[in-house]
Write a protein that binds this ligand. Structure first.
Ligand code: AGP
Length: 605
């Protein structure tokens, strides 16, 4: 979860580390710190709070010239949010930062640190102690000996006090990418921190040590041999990872959806039929598939709920949507005839990754729907379907969700073609509808001023409900998570027909209910459910298609999306829900992009 950066080169280290941490802050923002190396010392500055707090602390210090250092922005796991627990941690000659969890840190403390007084409650300081124990002038040997003892996940960047201007790094599971540019050598948790210097980078392979000097970023294996990195190129540039005049990343990312959808859909279009030749996903993998499991977390899992409706309807094979943290421990029934689709924006979510590994072990065919190029899930899936949303910085996922739905639409169409459950004509029509949904998103964005006004009635709510049926219920789940994660208002998503089996007792005068009713087949049923909540005093915010006739008595606010086939309504309707969450959070004066307790990329269990 934490963000880490390391640098050795000709620029001022402080400047590189701070701007890198600003780019990585969405990974964790409980506390932040840097260590700068000079010829004879390693100077640490750290604080609770975000990177701005760290900047303020640095301003109070005397200027220090340094061209090498490491930086960290923390999402607390072991130990509370205190300055002592913030990284970097120093022990003896070792100063290091860490992203991950050392599961056996207690045993290591007993075996190697008995009687030692530690400054923090972290597992990281124990790792620093262990490395210092093993260090006798040979840094790489100390690293290998240390990691041989560690259980868990880690990405470490290490400074050895007596080896000036060199950063040593190693990782297991937790991500690290590196690059060399004219300004020097860089390492970071993800490429957003490097993009100001270069678009060419590599993923640090596990079981190698990365050595950064002002002349190179070099990989060494355990025998000490140099390993050639596999270079990757990221298409987006520094500007794409900035706010570009928007007050928040989230709003910018909401507005980027038409282009993101276009980039995800258009390259897969051949003769108006989705084609995955360029993705290197062969049709043959679909032929013997008898069931599909979609495994993911949070918003990505909610995209999977939409995928289930689409695939079951068009391909007529059973689809299970599984929460990754459950799936991995649930002894799932899957085999070679199962297609497991894992969905992850970051490609690093630990539970999704573990589920992918389990699915592979059990012989399933796996496809990763992933946004971040070269991420672990992308590399480890049998096949990868990249969404092209561009960098998503806000913790609340928006554009990644709608492109994940688009990806699932495309996969459904191809699967239906291969399974012959739909003819080419029907698929061509489906494809046209998917493209139409982009225009509908543009229309939904025009509703922002009205949505902004409406959210005045939500800011004081303590509970809120989202209701829908079928695909609208799947979308309700996403609307609910979006609202609660950034507005801190308790909300729940309910299948509208299920409400009267318990939850309707919570609907009292003035409780807001966001009713999504875009499905023609169940529209009259939805209207009845809305009447039921209205009769109990609910404040109803209704979302329908333009053509749907509704009596004014059943809603307080009404937002519409343009006419589009039922299965494609979630893409534009999601935009309305995102804007509702966004403006509610803004009105409540909250940190929209960095909500409390959360981090963008969840790399711990
Ligand atoms: C969404 O707004 C979230 N913050 C969160 O649920 C997220 O979708 C989830 O953690 C999965 O992340 P991933 O797509 O990077 O795997």
């Amino acid at each position: 979860m934490c963000g880490i950066i390391g640098y050795s080169g000709n620029l001022e280290a402080e400047q590189v580390l701070i701007s890198g941490l600003e780019q990585l802050e969405y990974r964790g923002y409980d506390s932040a710190g840097i260590a700068r190396m000079t010829r004879d010392a390693v100077e640490i500055t750290k604080t609770t709070g975000n990177v701005s707090a760290l900047k303020r602390k640095l301003e109070e210090k005397a200027t220090l010239t340094s061209h090498c250092g490491i930086g960290h922005t923390r999402w607390a796991t072991h130990g509370g949010v205190t300055e002592e627990n913030a990284h970097p941690h120093r022990f003896g000659k070792i100063t290091l930062i860490h992203n991950g969890i050392i599961e056996n840190y207690k045993k290591i403390r007993e075996d190697y640190g008995k009687g030692t007084r530690f400054c923090s409650q972290t597992d990281t300081e124990i790792a620093a102690m262990l490395m210092d124990t093993f260090y006798d002038g040979n840094p790489e040997e100390a690293i290998w000996k240390t990691t041989a003892k560690l259980e868990g996940s880690y990405a470490f960047c290490v400074l050895f006090e007596d080896i000036p201007n060199v950063v040593y790094c190693i990782r297991k599971v937790s991500p690290l990418v590196a690059a060399y540019a004219k300004e020097g050598a860089f390492v970071a948790s993800d490429v957003t921190a490097l993009i100001a210097y270069t678009q060419d980078y590599f993923v640090v392979p596990e079981d190698t040590i990365l050595v950064l000097t002002d002349e190179k970023a070099e990989l060494h294996n355990q025998k000490g041999n140099v390993v050639k990195p596999e270079m990757l190129h990221v298409k987006w540039d520094f500007a794409s990872a900035q706010k570009n005049g928007y007050p928040h990343y989230m709003l910018k990312e909401i507005y980027e959806q038409p282009e993101a959808l276009q980039r995800t859909i258009a390259p897969r279009m051949k003769e108006n039929i989705p084609d995955f030749e360029d993705d290197q996903i062969p049709d043959s993998i679909f032929e013997s598939i008898q069931q599909v499991k979609i495994v993911a977390c949070g918003t990505a899992m909610h995209a999977g709920l939409i995928g289930k409706v689409l695939i079951e309807k068009r391909v007529r094979i059973p689809v299970g949507v599984e929460i990754a943290s459950e799936f991995r421990y649930a002894d799932p029934i899957i085999d070679q005839k199962t297609l497991v689709i894992v969905i992850s924006q970051s490609g690093e979510t630990i539970d999704t990754l573990a589920s992918l590994r389990l699915a592979k072990e059990l012989g399933a065919v796996t496809i990763g729907i992933v946004n971040v190029k070269g991420s672990t899930i992308a590399r480890e899936s049998d096949y990868v379907f990249y969404t092209h949303a561009g960098p998503e910085i806000a913790v609340a996922s928006t554009k990644a969700y709608t492109v994940q739905i688009a990806a699932l639409c495309l996969l459904t169409m191809r699967l239906a073609l291969i399974k012959k459950t739909l003819g080419r004509g029907e698929i061509t029509r489906d494809f046209a509808l998917l493209k139409e949904s982009i225009e509908c998103v543009k229309h939904a964005l025009l509703l922002e001023p009205e949505i902004q006004k409406m959210t005045a009635c939500l800011t004081e709510a303590s509970d809120l409900f989202f209701i829908g049926r079928g695909i609208d219920y799947a979308l309700s789940c996403e609307g609910s998570i979006k609202l609660k994660e950034i507005s801190y208002i308790h909300s729940e998503a309910y299948a509208a027909g299920e409400l009267k089996h318990g939850t309707i007792s919570l609907i009292t005068e003035g409780v807001p209910v966001i009713a999504i009713a875009t499905q023609e087949s169940v529209f009259s049923k939805m209207v009845s459910n809305i009447r039921e909540v209205k009769a109990r005093g609910a404040k109803v915010i209704l979302i329908t298609k333009e053509s749907m006739q509704v009596e004014e008595s059943i809603f307080d606010y009404h937002f519409t999306i343009p006419e589009i086939a039922d299965d494609y309504t979630p893409i534009p309707a999601a935009v309305i829900l995102q804007l509702i969450a966004y403006h509610t959070s803004v009105r409540r004066g909250l940190n929209v992009d960095q909500p409390r307790n959360l981090a963008k990329s969840v790399t711990v269990e």
